[in-house]
Design a binder for this molecule. Structure first.
Ligand SMILES: [Zn+2]
Length: 76
């Protein structure tokens, strides 16, 4: 089984949907069994979504950090 450290390194690829299928299953198995990594991947996904949204707001408006805080709060 994958180690947590290995999963952390592969998580980004996993969220992209890239990488071999066998690896995806290993990651899914690990996530099914490991609460910490589930949380880690969930946070990583959220961060990536936020980064995508923020980069869609170009040109960067004033008060962008306030906007990020607002988005973060709305997700909890
Ligand atoms: Zn783990």
């Amino acid at each position: 089984m994958l180690k947590c450290r290995e999963l952390a390194q592969l998580a980004s690829e996993y969220l992209d949907g890239s990488g071999p299928k066998s690896l995806k299953w290993q990651i899914r198995l690990h996530l099914a069994l490991c609460h910490n990594c589930r949380r880690f991947v969930r946070h990583l996904r959220t961060t990536r979504e936020l980064a995508a949204r923020v980069s869609a707001l170009e040109p960067a408006p004033k008060g962008q950090s306030a906007k990020i805080v607002q988005i973060l709060r709305s997700r909890d």
